[in-house]
Design a protein around this ligand. Structure first.
Ligand SMILES: [Zn+2]
Ligand SMILES: [Zn+2]
Length: 262
């Protein structure tokens, strides 16, 4: 089967950022013609919202918006921002809450605020029956603990850009959450490829996190949804799967978590 006949979903990409200003339409056309049928757009902060909607209006069958405040954007004014985002969520249709979570890699100054902001966004996800898209860096134990505390059966979502241990995979599986696998799986020293056999296929969704974290052989350059095929090729090779099987499983999983039916 030709790769181009398969259907893929990029469950996490920031296609509205200015890295794509020069060739955004071409980039989306490249993705579409390679079979990347849907591109899910997690939000970053308030300034990214208008650009995200502009793209969604231009490509309503391919690009789907989420609402949330990225943990790295949680600063002293986060409460007012969350108030406005919450109001926006009650008016407009979003397919998910995110990206949210905890990032202690860059800066621990607002750790407490990041936790409060994360918990508030979890409550939105529950209330609106939307998936929560979790960014976790140097904080996987903490984010898993928080989700465990809030999981009453009504919460679903993705630990995006997952890398962790077998033990963490099992904890996340018990929580009923998925893990997003992206370009990091192609990085030799990351150890993620070696972990793949421990991840149940039913938990796996694909993502690029474009324009960041481009897979090999594009590592260090701008990432785009087309390169999800590099991620898929790597996973298929490690797990001895046909690309068609992987496309079907991951597309089903993504559709399940985002609740978007064709
Ligand atoms: Zn992230
Ligand atoms: Zn992201």
């Amino acid at each position: 089967m030709e790769t181009s006949q398969l259907k893929w979903i990029d469950t996490h990409c920031h296609l509205y950022v200015n890295e794509f200003d020069a060739d955004r339409d071409d980039m989306i056309e490249r993705a579409k013609s390679a079979g990347i049928s849907k591109m899910m757009l997690p939000n970053i902060d308030e300034s990214s919202v208008p650009d995200m909607w502009k793209l969604v209006h231009q490509y309503p069958s391919q690009c789907f918006p989420m609402m949330g405040l990225h943990p790295c954007s949680v600063k002293g004014d986060y409460k007012d921002i969350l108030d406005r985002m919450e109001a926006d969520l009650s008016i407009h249709h979003y397919i998910g809450v995110g990206e949210t979570g905890i990032d202690l890699y860059w800066d621990k100054t607002f750790e407490r605020e990041q936790v409060i902001a994360f918990e508030r966004q979890i409550s939105w996800a529950k209330h609106l029956n939307l998936p929560v898209i979790i960014h976790s860096r140097e904080s996987l134990d903490l984010t898993i603990d928080i989700i465990t505390r809030h999981q009453d059966g009504g919460l679903r979502g993705i630990f995006h850009c997952f890398s962790g241990s077998k033990e963490k995979v099992h904890k996340i599986e018990k929580l009923g959450f998925k893990v997003g696998i992206g370009g990091v799986v192609t990085y030799k020293k990351a150890g993620l490829a070696e972990l793949l056999p421990e991840i149940p296929l039913s938990m796996m969704v694909l993502e690029t996190d474009s324009p960041y974290l481009a897979p090999v052989p594009h590592r260090g350059k701008r990432n785009e949804p087309l390169y999800i095929l590099e991620v898929a090729n790597k996973i298929a090779e490690v797990l001895h799967l046909d690309l068609s099987e992987l496309a079907e499983i991951t597309t089903t999983n993504a559709t399940e978590v985002y609740g978007k039916k064709d």
